[in-house]
Design a protein around this ligand. Structure first.
Ligand SMILES: Nc1nc2c(c(=O)[nH]1)N[C@H]1C(S)=C(S)[C@@H](COP(=O)(O)OP(=O)(O)OC[C@H]3O[C@@H](n4cnc5c(=O)[nH]c(N)nc54)[C@H](O)[C@@H]3O)O[C@H]1N2
Ligand SMILES: Nc1nc2c(c(=O)[nH]1)N[C@H]1C(S)=C(S)[C@@H](COP(=O)(O)OP(=O)(O)OC[C@H]3O[C@@H](n4cnc5c(=O)[nH]c(N)nc54)[C@H](O)[C@@H]3O)O[C@H]1N2
Ligand code: SF4
Ligand SMILES: [Mo]
Length: 735
């Protein structure tokens, strides 16, 4: 049989590595890193190879499933979509539009067409109950950008390849491969940083793989990063180290920042953060005097009690030290399809607090409300209660806080539609499952991720496999469903809108965005500029050069193109940081952190492949030796972790890589639930970290859940045959 070679981008994480796939007939026989890719240069991680496993997975659904009693039956698309549209429209007619909720999961971001279509589906449903993973992920970053720059789409990216000082808070890019910082082979890039004399400082309660590469590791107490950042800002201002450079004339609110940071001297924050005052001062000085420097942070500082303050202060620190929008600092991309402009044209630059959730009054952000509210909106009776749900590429029964409550609430829904290709912990509860094609059967362009990359790159690829006649992609499914529900609700305007997008197709929107983008050909057919057609003919990654300084002013969406260095809603939250100053944990108390990405995991959905699941159990509780001794925990023994919301029983790993007072669980496990069809994953169930996270613990400003810094109680478990299975599986609490 002849072997065809296909080259395309890995769709699994933000790094966008180039892959070379060898295909014989319908089979992928090998996956390698593409040596010729100008961005990834041959790098790939173990998950990259597993794209073949997803593609060929016998557990992956290819046809719609309709619930029949306790089981599912395969049906045709028309029947499945017809029933789904009927039932959702009926709920909306009877109980109002908000009675149907939409949940958008993480993989939506990796498909440009699904990203467009999800906006249309939300518009067609016309519900205020839109949820996504943003509020357990990067919402604080977007909120800070919205308040400071006037658009949530303008997210700074660390200039990883040129900086001389990288300060990382609460991120482990060696395992996550970088987030809001698309960069294949982060380890290589960080080694390059060290080799050119640059410095790396990592702030993390755990000595992560990234921390091990660093010059300095500061093992901070969970949830106190805002105090550290305020102390850094204060020191920079107090010691005359502030020098915002060319942006100085655009900065508003410098005095407010000075005033806000005043109470946070390094000596004051030291005992609460668990860091040394002198180390904080040194860090502030080194950062400020470095030739270039950038402060970067991810989940550990987003999904924690003062996440929004952290995201604001990181950008403020970069701005004050002259490192915003300049080479080696926090920069802005010039992607082929300009997402900032596109967002503005589509009316998606952002909004805040236009409405509140029904039960707890949590604020809307850019058309969505916090995931922490989803369960209560479903299980609290009354007008406006959610009775129907559409999930798209998401697994909220594992990924949302207090996941058990959500799991139970799913069961109480009148109707649930899942656009997904697995019967997993969430979709097992659906009434209809609509499986879109996997990435290799779709065309691919990294619309969103290109705007967050450490270099300007662009690539468009055709599908590796032509989808079969009976296959549909996610975008088409969402648009069909949107049209179907809107029509049946007699919301003809919405129906016409969704139908016209379906007619135009996301591909044409993308083509226009590229043609009229910063590198585009515009209307000149003879120019050398980019068009989608030219990108398609190339097929490989095109390098559009390093990030350019001076991008910010033109892109600001604030009045008068000013930078709000001290936005009021964030400034007001400094009072919470002050409260934290006087807070002392009782002796022996423990805080759980659940940001522990590992190279062979991908959130909850890639545990179904033998090659990624070999080796020892990765779902363990990491405990500091001092805490282990105090609690009587042994390496390899089991512990029960309890919080307000629930408990899990998990193997213990004793290690001084974690600081005292913190314990760590990875997120994304908790398989083995009845009714799921995940042969390999179910043999490696692990426990669901979100069985013990708490939907009432938030970053209050944004409504983002505090997935890191959850108070827990930990005890050893002696072998008790009855209780262990009860605590470890959901078999007993679900019929
Ligand atoms: N291999 C792999 N890669 C992935 C994913 C995956 O599941 N697996 N998921 C992708 C997704 S969806 C995302 S959003 C990104 C996330 O990317 P990252 O944020 O880089 O990944 P995490 O492992 O969650 O890192 C969070 C770090 O924060 C630390 N931390 C916890 N609490 C605190 C705190 O209070 N303060 C500080 N300073 N640190 C704290 C944790 O110890 C952990 O090291 O990764 C993406 N890449
Ligand atoms: N405790 C704790 N909780 C967390 C986190 C944490 O660090 N700690 N991290 C949070 C973060 S950053 C994130 S992003 C979320 C992730 O939360 P989710 O997005 O809800 O969960 P995933 O595990 O990414 O599940 C992705 C789903 O999409 C399906 N899927 C994969 N590819 C496709 C596709 O192409 N089309 C369709 N239709 N479906 C597809 C998979 O089958 C799976 O059901 O979890 C969050 N939850
Ligand atoms: S780092 Fe791994 S999962 Fe991420 S894009 Fe590269 S190969 Fe794919
Ligand atoms: Mo994420």
């Amino acid at each position: 049989m002849t072997t065809a070679v296909h080259r395309r981008t890995c769709p699994l994480c933000e790094a966008m590595c180039g892959l070379t796939l060898e295909v014989e007939g319908e089979r992928i026989v090998s996956v390698r890193g593409d040596q010729a890719d100008v961005f990834s240069r041959g790098y790939l991680c173990p998950k990259g190879v597993a794209v073949a496993d997803v593609h060929h997975d016998p557990d992956r659904l290819r046809r719609p499933l309709l619930r029949r009693g306790d089981d599912f039956e395969e049906v045709g698309w028309d029947e499945a979509l017809g029933e789904a549209s009927d039932r959702l429209a009926r709920i909306q007619r009877r109980h109002g539009r908000d009675a149907v909720a939409l949940y958008l999961g993480n993989p939506t971001v990796h498909s440009y067409s699904a990203s467009f279509a999800s906006l249309e589906l939300a518009a067609a449903l016309g519900t205020r109950n839109v949820y996504s993973t943003a509020s357990v992920d990067h919402l604080p970053h977007m909120l800070a950008a919205y308040h400071m720059f006037g658009t949530r789409a303008l997210l700074p990216v660390p200039d990883l390849d040129r900086t001389s000082f990288l300060l990382v808070l609460g991120a482990n890019p060696l395992c996550s491969n970088g987030s809001l910082m698309a960069a294949p082979n982060v380890a290589g890039r960080l080694r390059d940083l060290r080799a050119r004399g640059g410095r790396l400082v990592v702030v993390d309660p755990r000595r992560t793989q990234t921390a091990r590469l660093a010059d300095t590791h500061l093992a901070i107490r969970p949830g106190t990063d805002a105090l550290l950042l305020l102390a850094l800002v204060r020191t920079v201002l107090e010691d005359g180290l502030a020098d915002p450079g060319p942006l100085a004339e655009r900065l508003d609110g410098l005095d407010d920042v000075r005033w806000a940071a005043e109470p946070f001297a390094p000596e004051t924050v030291a005992p609460v953060t668990g860091l040394d005052a002198e180390a904080i001062r040194t860090l502030a000085h080194d950062f400020a005097v470095a030739e270039s420097a950038v402060c970067y942070g991810r989940l550990g500082v987003c999904t924690q009690r003062l996440g929004s303050l952290c995201c604001w202060l990181m950008t403020a620190l970069n701005a004050l030290t002259g490192n915003l929008d300049r080479v080696g600092g926090a920069m802005f991309t010039t992607p082929a399809a300009d997402v900032v402009r596109l967002a503005s044209l589509l009316g998606e630059s952002g909004s805040f607090g236009r409405w509140q959730t029904r039960v707890r009054g949590l604020p809307e952000f850019s058309g969505e409300v916090p995931l922490a509210a989803l369960a209560e909106e479903m299980d609290t009776p009354g007008e406006g209660q959610i009775r129907g749900l559409v999930t798209v590429a998401g697994n909220p029964a594992v990924s949302s806080p207090n996941a058990r409550r959500l799991d139970a609430a799913l069961e109480s829904l009148d109707y649930m539609v899942a656009i997904d290709f697995y019967v997993n912990e969430t979709t097992r509860q659906a009434d209809v499952i609509l499986p879109g094609t996997f990435a290799l059967e779709r065309d691919h362009y990294d619309l969103l991720l290109n705007s967050l990359a450490v270099r300007n790159v662009a690539r468009y690829t055709r599908p590796v496999f032509e989808p079969g006649p009976d296959a549909r992609d996610d975008a088409r499914i969402m648009l069909d469903l949107g049209v179907g529900v809107a029509r049946r609700r007699r919301a003809y305007l919405s129906a016409v809108r969704a139908a016209s997008v379906r007619r135009v197709t996301p591909r044409r929107v993308l083509a226009a965005a590229i043609r009229f983008g910063p590198h585009g050909a515009g209307l000149n057919p003879f120019g050398a500029g980019l068009t989608l057609h030219r990108l398609e003919r190339r097929g490989t990654t095109i390098d559009l050069g390093p990030l350019e300084p001076g991008r910010l002013p033109r892109q600001l969406k604030t009045k008068g193109r000013r930078i709000r260095l001290a936005p009021k809603p964030l400034l007001a939250d400094v009072s919470r940081a002050e409260e934290l100053l006087s807070e002392r944990d009782p002796d022996g108390s423990l805080l759980l952190i659940t940001g522990r990405r590992q190279l062979r995991d991908n959130n909850s959905w890639m545990h179904n492949f033998g090659r990624l699941m070999r080796g020892r159990d990765r779902c363990t509780l990491v405990v500091n030796p001092a805490d282990a001794t105090r609690l009587g925990l042994d390496e390899g023994g089991r512990a029960v972790v309890r919080s307000r919301t629930g408990e899990v029983v998990v193997p213990v790993e004793v290690s001084d890589e974690i600081r005292e007072g913190a314990v760590s669980l990875p997120h994304g496990y908790g398989h083995g639930r009845p009714g799921t069809r995940l042969r390999v994953a179910n043999a490696h169930p692990g426990v669901c970290a979100n069985d013990v996270t708490d939907e009432t613990l938030l970053d209050e400003v944004s409504g983002t859940t505090r997935m890191n810094g959850v108070p827990v109680d930990v005890q050893p478990v002696e072998w008790e045959p009855e209780r262990v299975p009860a605590a470890m599986s959901h078999a007993n609490d679900k019929g």
